[in-house]
Design a binder for this molecule. Structure first.
Ligand code: NAP
Length: 239
């Protein structure tokens, strides 16, 4: 008996990094898992189902949710993981960069919740996990649009949790600290070294350590957990 047997899960931004680890962990715990990303196909997923989904695209969401319901009958878990970063401080941000980050990190989360919540209500409940960041609760210099959107995800999650609490749709945000992924691999080494040096455990986190938190929030073990912020950051925010 696995922890997510019988459940159907959608994960966004699952082509690599944290999203991929989340999709693999949900699958390993027995969930029928639909990994999604912008690429048109991903043959490397094996038993995990795959669908193309740009989270900022309303039509993509409608298609994927309709297809999943048609094939699998229900959606029990939604993990809004897809995210991008722009490093500029606010006075150097272009309007295009701002809209781009907001479209993926914030509008994408809203669209995903909007498309699945009515079905979760009808079927008697579900669990939504929105991936925010330590930068949704605290700040470093620069990356203004990223901080703005990750803070928004934190409070969007609380609002949704309260709005749908009696309908048994649980909504929680998860706040990773510094995690080794293609995103952080592509950052300036000095930025990475600084954040790791400020992390009390003195090391980077790994994608599976975030996925473990998602599995808990997605499972019935978290049946009384909604509107919470699960921080997995090696102690960063405790300082
Ligand atoms: P990553 O390695 O860059 O992976 C991000 C994934 O999101 C990619 O698969 C990317 O797919 C996808 N994506 C980007 N824009 C998308 C869109 N419009 N529609 C659908 N998919 C899209 O990043 P990561 O480090 O795994 O981060 C995953 C999440 O954790 C993000 O929300 C990030 O903000 C958050 N986070 C990460 C860290 C960290 O230290 N790594 C810390 C805190 C929070 P494409 O191949 O299509 O680009």
């Amino acid at each position: 008996m696995n922890r997510l047997d019988g459940k159907v899960a959608i994960v966004t931004g699952a082509g690599r990094g944290i999203g991929r680890a989340i999709a693999e962990a949900l699958h390993a715990e027995g969930a029928t898992t639909i990994a999604t990303s912008r690429a048109s196909s991903d043959p490397t997923f094996g038993e995990i189902h795959y669908a193309q989904l740009d989270v900022a695209d309303e039509a993509d969401w409608r298609r994927v949710v309709t297809d999943v319901l048609e094939v699998h009958g229900h959606i029990d878990i939604l993990v809004n993981n897809a995210g991008i970063i722009a490093y500029e401080p606010l006075h150097e941000l272009t309007i295009e960069d701002w809209h781009n980050v907001v479209a993926t990190n914030q509008t994408g989360v809203w669209l995903g919740m909007r498309e699945v919540v009515p079905h979760m209500i009808t079927q008697g409940g579900g669990s939504i996990v929105n991936i925010s960041s330590i930068w949704g609760s605290a700040a470093v210099g620069g990356a203004h649009a990223y901080h703005a959107t990750k803070g928004a995800v934190r409070n969007m999650s609380k609002n949704a949790a309260i709005t749908y609490a009696t309908q048994k749709v649980r909504v929680n945000s998860l706040h990773p600290g510094f995690i080794e992924t293609p995103l952080t691999d592509s950052q300036a080494p000095a930025v990475n070294e600084y954040v790791v040096s400020q992390t009390p455990m003195g090391r980077a986190g790994r994608p599976h350590e975030i996925a473990a938190g998602v599995v808990f929030l997605a499972s019935d073990e978290a049946s009384f957990v909604t509107g919470s912020e699960l921080v997995i950051d090696g102690g960063y925010l405790a300082q």
